[in-house]
Structures are given as structure tokens and as C-alpha cells.
Design a protein around this ligand. Structure first.
Ligand SMILES: NC(=O)c1ccc[n+]([C@@H]2O[C@H](COP(=O)([O-])OP(=O)(O)OC[C@H]3O[C@@H](n4cnc5c(N)ncnc54)[C@H](OP(=O)(O)O)[C@@H]3O)[C@@H](O)[C@H]2O)c1
Length: 368
């Protein structure tokens, strides 16, 4: 990719969203390095100009064809994928097959089809836009893979971790969307409240870094300052720290291997006193265990986990099922899944199966 002679041409999928808007902000503030080449908008508008502006819904043939034309345009250098959920898989694969750099926010893509996506990425790899994975990536720069003992993904705990007195059957949509540290789109905010976000992130890290599942831990860190850590075989721990601001991982992904001057405000050391780390309560929040089990069993189960979760989160946000039924839906879908294969077609079939299962059984899934 050209960085010296001209700015990097960036296409942003999901430009009206939380990641999308912060990506546009990073691009706007660095015109000598980055150029907004194209974008997609769903129901909202960015009111921006670019060579390609694609409006509509993924899955609509006209939208999909125009997105394909944008990301395979020879002038496009880098594609930021920030449309949530399984619908981001097709454009991610298109961008990789066209040889583009991919900055991936949509972790669901790696959860459902991590092996196929990483194979398509090849040596180039994927530039992660998840804050925890960006932290791990930065800790791994210059290190040998065999020097790593384990990855430690931090979790803020979401809005309910610090409130064990709350009955998770009774919490409202408004309470679930009230994240204590990060301002994000509704899907990932609910995933943070159920802790499914951490389950998805364990699978994401497994694929991104080629680390075995049993060498990836999760710990609760309510301040969200330590974005994640790597433990090495000599006993040393490396961490990446900073205020919770997604513009840092976005900048790292857009400009790698350079760092953007002033991407975010530095963190005063006084703010680092009183950092806490706690073990995850896997009884109250079983999502991480479910995700590990699904990833270990493979053969379409991670796609079932992801799709059942997406459907259940949508139903919760629509007021159709209680909060506690989200993870229950995932657990029951995984238990009922007859097993599948590992091709793209198998994965899409597992995804379809899980969505139908959750829709068809929504009445039963409401009950404990
Ligand atoms: N937000 C974060 O801090 C954060 C951090 C790490 C990872 N992520 C991941 O990044 C992804 C995006 O998260 P977000 O928080 O930015 O989500 P968001 O705020 O809900 O934004 C989603 C974007 O995708 C578009 N979109 C949604 N459904 C679409 C569809 N069917 N067809 C076409 N476009 C569609 C939306 O368009 P309209 O709104 O215009 O309809 C919007 O531009 C998620 O996978 C999330 O897990 C987010």
C-alpha cells in the first residue's frame, strides 16, 4: 500500500455507527495520511462526500453489488469492516480475496468463520479494531510466537457485574444499554452486559493470533484502562494501557506499522492508581464457557453460537424475551444443533439453522 506518495484510500463499511463515526474522525484529522474513499450507510446518513457512497441494507442485491464494486475498486487500499454481525462476512471475504488490507471491528465474522477468514487473509493477516485484540497485537509486536504463555483479555464487566443483587430476569433494555465505560452500538453493548462479548473475543483472539483456546484467559477489570495483556514464558507480563477511546485501536489498524501522532490524549499516571482485577464469575455469566465449548467442538458450532446470540439480542432489544433468555437461547441452540461441516456453505447453513431455531422456539426459550 502506498503511504509515502499519497494518502491511504479507506472504505468504511458501517460509517454511520459508533466505530464508523470514530473512523471518519481519525481520517478527517489526518488528511496527509488517510483519505475517505468510500462508505456505506444503513438507515442513517453521514452527510459526507466520497467516491463511493452506498446506502441500504446488507443482503439487498443492489447494496451488496455496490459494496463489492467499492471494495474491489483497484484504488481502494483498506476496508474498515464495522457493520455488526454475520452480514459482514461476505464483504470481508471479498475484500480479502481482492488483496485489500482489512481493519476488522466486526468480531462476529471471525467467530463464525475464523479459519476461512484467516486463510483468505494469508500472510497479510487481519488488522484488528477491537480494543482488547489491538492491545494484544501491540504487545506481540517484535515477539516470537513460542515466547507467549497466555493472552489475558480484560472485561469491564458491563453494567451488571458490580450488582450481584440484580435479578437478571428482570433487567430492562435501558439498564442493559447503560454501559459503565464505553459508548458503543446496541448489539455489542448488550453482548457486554451478558459477557457474550468476552466469549466472542476469546474465539476472535484464538483465530487472530493462532493461540490455543486454553491459553486465553478473561479477567474483570472495571476501570477499562488496561486493554489486555500478554504473559510470556519468562514470567513477564506486557500490557497496553490508555483511556477507553476506540480512536486509538482504529488509528493503529489504519496506519500500522506507524503510530499516528496525537491519536488520543495520553493517560496521566495518577489515573492509574487503584486498578482492579477480578476473576470472572462463570456461574452468573456462563457465556465465556459456552463460547469456549463451541469453539472446541467446532464443525459449525461457533456459527450457531454467534447466530443464536444475534437473534436473541434482537429479540431482547425488541422487548420479546427477558435478558436472561439471551444466553439461555444460545445454550439451547448449541445443545440442539445436530453438527455441521467446515466449508463456507456449512457455516452459512449452521447460521441459518440457529436463527430459525431461536425464532421457532422463542416461547420455550423465554422460560427458565
Ligand atoms: N462500538 C465499539 O466501540 C466497538 C468496539 C469493538 C468492536 N466493535 C464491533 O464493531 C461492529 C460495529 O459496532 P458499532 O458499535 O459501531 O455498531 P453500530 O453503532 O450499531 O453501527 C452499525 C453500523 O452498521 C450499519 N448497519 C447495521 N445493520 C446493517 C445492515 N443490515 N446493512 C447495512 N448496514 C448496516 C449501521 O447503519 P445505520 O445505523 O445507518 O442503519 C451502522 O453504520 C460490531 O461487530 C461490534 O461488535 C464495536
Amino acid at each position: 500500500m502506498t503511504t509515502a506518495s499519497r494518502p491511504i484510500n479507506v472504505a468504511v463499511l458501517g460509517a454511520t455507527g459508533s466505530i464508523g463515526q470514530q473512523t471518519l474522525d481519525v481520517i478527517d484529522r489526518n488528511p496527509s495520511r488517510l483519505r475517505l474513499f468510500g462508505l456505506t450507510e444503513g438507515r442513517r446518513s453521514t452527510r459526507r462526500t466520497a467516491e463511493h457512497i452506498v446506502q441500504g441494507q446488507a443482503g439487498d442485491p443492489d447494496f451488496d453489488a455496490r459494496v463489492e464494486a467499492m471494495i474491489t475498486d483497484p484504488r481502494c487500499d483498506l476496508v474498515v469492516v464495522a457493520i455488526p454481525g454475520a452480514r459482514a462476512l461476505a464483504p470481508t471475504m471479498s475484500a480479502l480475496k481482492a488483496g485489500k488490507e482489512v481493519a476488522l471491528a466486526t468480531k462476529e465474522v471471525l467467530v463464525m468463520a475464523g479459519e476461512l477468514v484467516m486463510r483468505a487473509a494469508g500472510e497479510r493477516g487481519i488488522r484488528t479494531v477491537d480494543s482488547e485484540h489491538s492491545a494484544i497485537w501491540q504487545c506481540l509486536w517484535g515477539e516470537k510466537r513460542e515466547s507467549v504463555r497466555r493472552l489475558i483479555i480484560t472485561a469491564s464487566g458491563g453494567p451488571f457485574w458490580a450488582h450481584p443483587e440484580l435479578d437478571l430476569d428482570q433487567v430492562t433494555v435501558e439498564q442493559a444499554l447503560n454501559h459503565p465505560r464505553w459508548s458503543m452500538g446496541p448489539k455489542i453493548t448488550v453482548d457486554s452486559a451478558t459477557m457474550m462479548n468476552k466469549g466472542l473475543e476469546v474465539i476472535e483472539a484464538h483465530h487472530l493470533f493462532g493461540t490455543p483456546l486454553d491459553q486465553i484467559s478473561v479477567c474483570i477489570h472495571p476501570q477499562s484502562v488496561v486493554h489486555s495483556l500478554v504473559e510470556f514464558i519468562d514470567g513477564s507480563l506486557k500490557a497496553q494501557l490508555g483511556r477507553p477511546d476506540m480512536r486509538l485501536p482504529i488509528s493503529v489498524a489504519l496506519c500500522y506499522p506507524d503510530r499516528l501522532p496525537g491519536a488520543v490524549q495520553p493517560t496521566p499516571l495518577e489515573e492509574l492508581s487503584g486498578l482492579e482485577f477480578h476473576a470472572l464469575d462463570e456461574v452468573r455469566f456462563p457465556a465465556v464457557r459456552l463460547a469456549r465449548e463451541a469453539a472446541r467442538a467446532g464443525h459449525g458450532r461457533p456459527a450457531v453460537l454467534n447466530a443464536a446470540n444475534e437473534e436473541a439480542v434482537t429479540a431482547f432489544l425488541a422487548g420479546e424475551i427477558p435478558f436472561s433468555a439471551i444466553v439461555r437461547s444460545v445454550e439451547r441452540a448449541l445443545a440442539a444443533f445436530p453438527g455441521g461441516g467446515d466449508t463456507m456453505q456449512d457455516i452459512l447453513e449452521a447460521d441459518r439453522w440457529a436463527r430459525e431455531y431461536v425464532k421457532d422456539n422463542s416461547g420455550k426459550l423465554r422460560a427458565k
